[in-house]
Structure formats: C-alpha cells, structure tokens
Write a protein that binds this ligand. Structure first.
Ligand SMILES: C[S@@+](CC[C@H](N)C(=O)[O-])C[C@H]1O[C@@H](n2cnc3c(N)ncnc32)[C@H](O)[C@@H]1O
Length: 485
C-alpha cells in the first residue's frame, strides 16, 4: 500500500513494545474477551488468546489471521460492525486510525457520530476519526470493563478532545493519560500519547496524567502521576496539555492577574480573521499590473497577505514602500460600495482571469461577485502560525489583511507601542504557549478564541514584579513538548 493510501485510512502500526505495554496494563484474565476495533496486522490481538479484531482493510485482516490464527477477525468498517454486534467485551486495546475530519466524511462520519451520540458523546463535524472510535468501542465494554489505546497528542488540546475527555470521565471510574515527548512514530508529524481507562460505568473524580520524556515498555503504569480534578479540567476547557507543566509554574500563571496589570487580550481587543477573496491571485495586483491596467489608486488597498510580511514591530510607510518597490502582489482591488465601475475595472473583470475568478465558489456565492466582503483596517496584525513565537505587529500604514493573519481591533484607545511591547513580555510568551496549540513540526497555532485568552502585561514593570526565571522555565518546557528548538 502506498504511503498516501495508508495515511487515508490511518494505517500506521504500533511498535510491538507499545502494543505489549497496553495489553499488560489491561492485564486480561484468560477468559476475558479482548477487542481491537482497528486491528491492523493483529499485533494487539496476538497478545491474548481470547481476542477479536476488526479492520476495514482486507490485507490487514489476512495479516492479522496469520499472526493470531486463534482470533476472530471481522473484515469490516468498525462502526458498521459495532452497530450490528451484540457481543460485549471485558477489555479493548488498539491504535485507532487518525483520519482528519476532511477525509473522515460522508456516511462513515455520519454513522460514527450517530453512534457516539447514542453513547452519550456529541462530537462536531470537525472531529477526527480516532475519538469516535474510542467512544463507540467503549460502548461495547461490559460494566467494569477497561480499555487502553494509542491516541494522538491532540487528546491534550483539540476542541473535539474536550468532548472525548468529558465522555471518558463520565463513563469510567479511572482515566489515565500518558503524555510522551519523544515521538513514537518517527515518520509522522503527530505525537502520540497513551490512554488507559478502567471501571466502565463509573465516574472519575480526576484524570491522572504522566508526562514522560520517552516511551519505555513497562508492565505497569508510570509512577507519580499528577491528579487533575475534573473541576480543574473543566476550568481549563478540558485542555489537558497545559498540565504537563510543573504545578509551581501553573499556580504562578493562574495567579498572575493579581500580580499587577495583567489583562486578557480579548478584554482589550477583538481578534478575528481578515477578508476572504475567493480568488487571491485575481484580487491582489502587483503595483506594475495595476498601473498597466489603469486601475485607479482609490480602488487599491495595500494588504498584508501573509504572516511573513510581519517582520518588524509595525507595518509602516517604510514597509509598504519596500513591498511596492519589490512589485509585490499586495494591492487589493476593493470595489465595495461603488455605484458604477470605471471602464478599466470593467475590462479587468471581463478578462479571462476575471471570468475564472467569478466562477470560484466564494465569488459565485456573493453579490456582486467582485466586492470582497469584510475589508477593514485593523489596529494590528497577528500571525497565527509560527515557529518560536507569533508576531503582533501594529498597523501604522492603514493596511488591510487577508485571513492568512488575524486582524486585531482595539476596543479602547491605547498606544500601539504599548500593545506591541506587552506582546513581547515573558508573561505573554508563556501564555501563548499555554493558550495556543501545537501543529506538529515545531509549529504553534493560535485561533482567535485562543488569542482572546492570552495574558498581556500592560504598562511598565519597574519593580520587576515577575519571576522571570520561572516564566522562562515554563516557556522552555512548553516549547520542548512541541519540538521547537
Ligand atoms: C493506526 S492503524 C493501527 C493498527 C493496529 N491496531 C496497530 O496499532 O498496529 C489503524 C487501522 O485502522 C484500520 N481502519 C481504518 N478505518 C477503519 C474503519 N472504519 N474500521 C475498521 N478499521 C479501520 C486501518 O486499516 C488500520 O489497519
């Protein structure tokens, strides 16, 4: 199977040590019935004599039968099979396929989400496949049953993981998550962690979390796990990831608002996305093109189209001048509010490029098709995908921006210098790490909702109010967990 075909059905087999560790944690008795809902080549089910495997891939099922000839293997879509089976299990182990929502679609997703809803977990359509696998599998456990899974590290921060964790703590007596820093699958960009849940039918009062530097095969659970109360978890929107940090740092962070002029970014600014043209190449002209086409200057706005335009503390006339000198395609054709179109513009709209743009999904769904909505001049721009740190850059040149960066509008008058300075404070750096989320490959992403919660220190800090060493330690730890050197 090609790598891309394998990726489409999440076909990455677990290292043998991981499979044996998870089955050891489950410690099934000889009569216990064990299920792997996506058994691949059977490496989990081969570790127990009384086992059942399901896999959608015929080749995987053949491999699984060879590896565990005593096991019952069903070649089927797990959700389809789960709907029809009356069999119940004492324990479940495996590594569910990680298929992101855009490929986890159609009947498969509808069926999975319906089954999850019947089991008490309402996932949004943006859910990746692995979380519904866990919920539907849990629905096949006998009371008191247990399960152990390899899970994407997204369990620590994705929105849909909150739904999963909520399900787990309300359907199991004990929930353990083992975070692992060093990659288990070296050729995948995603990190994986381990999940262990026991006492199906009970309710957990806390989630136990271990943060390990690397995976080490072990018949027993890690020692010295942190207990995170359900309340603390809910207060943090079920985001487990931040609890990797030592409590001393988290406590300090939680009490920061009392330490002076610390505010949430969302309390002083509205952070949202920039405009969406539907046909970026058509709507953004190079200065030389605009001149050649005789587009009036009054219909052109200089735009921040990409995060890498945000290199200094402010976008000012010098930056704009440099983009124009370099003939960058940053001139947005803004035709909002025009009663009649100049002939040069009409010619451009009627050109082949214009006819192509008009047919795009976004343009064909708005009236008039050539007026790009939501064009405004924000007070600042925020890059939302970054390596070390996202940039907050003041807008001193009246530029507009696409949805490749976030647009920041201040709710009250304040100096842009002060804002940009606050963004560079170590409190803010730690906050960025805690509120944003890793994307793999060392990248950090900040959604507008996450940006709202980032803490800013406004004003001077003449008394050195903050424990800079502790903040730095927190930043270093968080960055090391997202593999940012
Ligand atoms: C990450 S692999 C894990 C295999 C095995 N559990 C392991 O850890 O080695 C995921 C498996 O899920 C299977 N799969 C994908 N979609 C499935 C579905 N809807 N129902 C059952 N199996 C599925 C793939 O064929 C693949 O073998």
């Amino acid at each position: 199977m090609s790598r891309s075909a394998a990726k489409l059905i999440g076909q990455f087999y677990s290292p043998e040590g991981v499979a044996s560790t998870l089955v050891n944690w489950l410690a099934p008795s000889a009569t216990d019935r064990l299920l792997d809902p996506s058994c691949g080549d059977g490496r989990f089910i081969s570790l127990h004599r009384n086992s059942v495997g399901v896999d959608v891939s015929a080749i995987s099922c053949v491999q699984a039968r060879l590896r565990a000839p005593w096991a019952t293997i069903h070649e089927s879509n797990f959700f389809e099979w789960a709907k029809g089976t009356s069999e119940r299990f004492d324990c479940i182990a495996g590594n569910p396929p990680f298929i992101r929502y855009h490929n986890f679609s159609g009947t498969l997703r509808r069926q999975a989400l319906e089954l999850c809803a019947q089991n008490g977990a309402k996932f949004s359509a943006l859910t990746s496949s692995w979380a519904p696998f866990l919920v539907v599998a849990a629905g096949l456990l006998r009371p008191g049953g247990k399960m152990a899974f390899v899970v994407p590290a997204e369990i620590g921060h994705a929105n849909y993981s909150a739904t999963l964790l909520d399900f787990l703590i309300t359907h199991f007596e004990r929930v353990v998550v083992v975070a692992i820093k060093e990659k288990i699958f070296s050729d995948l960009s995603e990190d994986v962690w381990l999940l262990f849940a026991t006492g199906k039918g009970g309710k957990a009062r806390f989630v136990e979390l271990a943060a390990l530097e690397k995976f080490v095969a072990s018949p027993s659970l890690p020692a010295n796990m942190k207990k995170i109360s359900v309340r603390a978890l809910r207060e943090n929107r079920m985001r487990l990831r931040r609890f990797i940090l030592p409590d001393s740092i988290l406590d300090y962070y939680a009490n920061l608002p009392e330490k002076g002029r610390v505010v949430d970014f969302g309390s002083i600014a509205r952070i949202g996305i920039g405009y969406v043209t539907g046909a970026n190449d058509f709507f953004h002209l190079r200065p030389s093109e605009a001149k050649r086409l005789r587009i009036p200057d009054s219909l052109l706005k200089v735009s921040v189209r990409k995060g890498d335009q945000l290199r200094s503390r402010h976008v000012d006339s010098k930056c704009v001048e440099s983009w124009i000198q370099a003939d960058e395609p940053v001139m947005l054709l803004d035709l909002n509010g025009l009663k009649s179109l100049p002939s040069a513009v009409r010619n451009y709209l009627d050109s082949e490029a214009g006819r192509g743009a008009k047919r795009t999904y976004k343009c064909s769904n708005r009236e008039p098709w050539y007026a790009v909505p939501d064009v405004f001049e924000p007070d600042a721009f925020l890059s939302y995908m970054s390596g070390k740190r996202p940039h907050l850059v003041g807008n001193r040149a009246g530029c507009v921006c696409t949805n490749s960066v976030h647009a920041v509008r201040l709710k009250r008058r304040m100096s842009l210098d002060r804002l940009v300075q606050a963004w560079e404070h170590p409190v803010c750096s730690l906050s960025i790490e805690l509120e944003g989320h890793p994307l793999g490959g060392g990248l950090l992403k900040i959604e507008p909702g996450e940006a709202n919660r980032i803490l800013l220190v406004l004003g001077e800090d003449p008394k050195n109010n903050y424990d800079y060493e502790l903040l730095k330690r927190g930043i270093d730890i968080a960055q090391s967990w997202r593999h940012c050197a």
